[in-house]
Design a protein around this ligand. Structure first.
Ligand SMILES: [Zn+2]
Length: 116
């Protein structure tokens, strides 16, 4: 929490308001009952959006993948080297995507072999 937000909350508290929602309350605490319960019940773990967890990263371009592993090249590094997005590189490795020219040529020149 920023200092500005903290100050703002203290001001609210001094004015007899909940530091979080700003509704008037009388207990003199920082938070009203509803906010106290809400905050204490907040899940601290990651959201249960299973999409990311369930996503399988099946390598489809093993030549490219192996070269990256052997040379300790990350998706971000390769993306930077050939001026594309990291997402584009992920598509080549995991989704059978083949870059258009001149990117394809640039990648294979960099790697020194045909990978697409
Ligand atoms: Zn509140």
């Amino acid at each position: 929490m920023s200092q500005a937000m903290r100050n703002y909350r203290y001001k609210r508290k001094a004015a007899g308001k909940c530091g979080r929602c700003g509704k008037p309350h009388k207990t003199g605490d920082m938070l009203c009952e509803a906010c106290r319960i809400y905050l204490s019940g907040l899940p601290r773990k990651k959201k249960d959006t299973a999409i990311r967890e369930l996503k399988r990263w099946n390598v489809t371009n093993h030549a490219l993948y192996n070269w990256m592993m052997q040379n300790k090249i990350t998706v971000g590094m390769l993306a930077e080297m050939v001026h594309v997005s990291g997402r584009a590189v992920e598509r080549w490795i995991f989704e059978r995507a083949v870059p258009r020219e001149p990117v394809r040529a640039a990648v294979e020149k960099l790697i020194g072999m045909e990978v697409f």
